[in-house]
Write a protein that binds this ligand. Structure first.
Ligand SMILES: Cc1cc2nc3c(=O)[nH]c(=O)nc-3n(C[C@H](O)[C@H](O)[C@H](O)COP(=O)(O)OP(=O)(O)OC[C@H]3O[C@@H](n4cnc5c(N)ncnc54)[C@H](O)[C@@H]3O)c2cc1C
Length: 285
């Protein structure tokens, strides 16, 4: 089965399961329940990744969770993850303070492979926290803006308070990206659009026949977005989605994230929509 991008390094199983130690050097509260952590490796060796890959982050004594890298893949610097506090481990990560040490395994999985969109239009569609795994791909495209046609971001969140990277999106616009934002519910003070992110698709300026579309968000949103893009004429094999499944090992051993022949941790998380149409929206057992 073809992979969009090979994982950067194939580690022996024993070392793949041993976390490296990283120190929290900065943290930012993005929204009420979402925060960004900035980590430096204790051994001084930076962790190289490709946009779309994830790491297994461990809060010692609590557990380990897969979290996509949200930082810039092409700027040497600390490792960034943007995390929504939803349960035991993410809550423990939310309580960490500068100087605390946590475990990091990886990076794992496939990437967005934005170079495949060279000379074409690129459409990013994010839902809620889904903009965080897309951010490294956005930064890569904007760093090589001249290699692409039109570049569009369609972003939706439940409310204005839950929008991520709001200030940065203005810089992205200045760098030649069309940014359209919508929320499901806005108070009277909200001047922007209200409605589902799929409603933005007919408004955005891109050539469907020459478009690479990258989608990340809740599965129901990814399914409807992919269908709307196909409806506008984007080929389904030019649409990629990033899947979330319960994961334990991250390296294709334990089978927690298996769906038919796919191990989402190694064959994904980024997969062609055409390959997972039957999987999107299925409940996990
Ligand atoms: C490849 C991959 C990349 C991911 N990237 C990110 C990321 O960049 N940022 C981020 O915040 N999260 C990301 N996630 C999701 C993250 O791994 C989960 O939110 C986390 O595992 C929850 O663990 P927990 O112990 O905090 O919660 P748990 O105690 O396991 O769960 C608590 C509650 O949260 C619900 N829950 C569990 N998993 C999810 C989920 N995936 N989404 C929504 N609700 C959930 C459970 O149903 C339960 O109600 C990613 C997942 C995968 C597979």
């Amino acid at each position: 089965m073809p992979r969009l991008a090979e994982p950067t390094a194939v580690q022996p199983v024993e070392s793949a399961m041993v976390p490296r130690l990283f120190r929290l050097v900065d943290r930012r509260q993005d929204t009420a329940d979402t925060f960004t952590i900035v980590l430096e490796p204790n051994d001084g060796v930076p962790l190289a990744f490709i946009p779309g890959q994830f790491t297994m982050l461990s809060a010692f004594g609590v557990g380990e969770v897969p979290i996509s890298v949200s930082g810039d893949a092409h700027v040497a610097g600390p490792l960034q993850h943007t995390v929504r506090d939803v349960g035991a481990v993410t809550h423990a990560l939310a309580r960490t303070a500068v100087g605390d040490v946590m475990g990091v395994r990886g990076p794992y999985g496939t990437g967005w492979d934005v170079a495949d969109g060279h000379s074409r239009d690129v459409v990013f569609v994010g839902g809620g926290i889904g903009l965080a795994p897309l951010r490294p791909a956005v930064l890569e495209v904007l760093a090589h803006r001249e290699d692409y046609g039109r570049v569009v971001l369609l972003y939706g969140a439940r409310s204005p308070e839950e929008l991520l990277f709001v200030d940065e999106m203005k810089q992205w616009e200045d760098q030649g990206m069309e940014v359209l934002v919508t929320v499901d519910y806005g108070r009277e003070s909200w001047q922007g659009r209200v409605g589902l992110v799929t409603k933005l698709i007919p408004r955005a300026g891109f050539d469907p026949m020459s478009t690479l579309a990258l989608i990340c968000g809740p599965e129901v949103m990814m399914r409807h977005t992919a269908l709307a893009l196909v409806g506008r004429g984007v080929r389904s094999n030019r649409i990629r989605v990033s899947l979330e499944r319960n994961m334990r090992c991250g390296v294709g051993l334990c089978g927690h994230c298996q769906y038919r022949e796919l191990f989402v941790c190694v064959d994904g998380p980024v997969l062609p929509y055409a390959q997972v149409t039957g999987l999107l929206g299925l409940r996990e057992v």
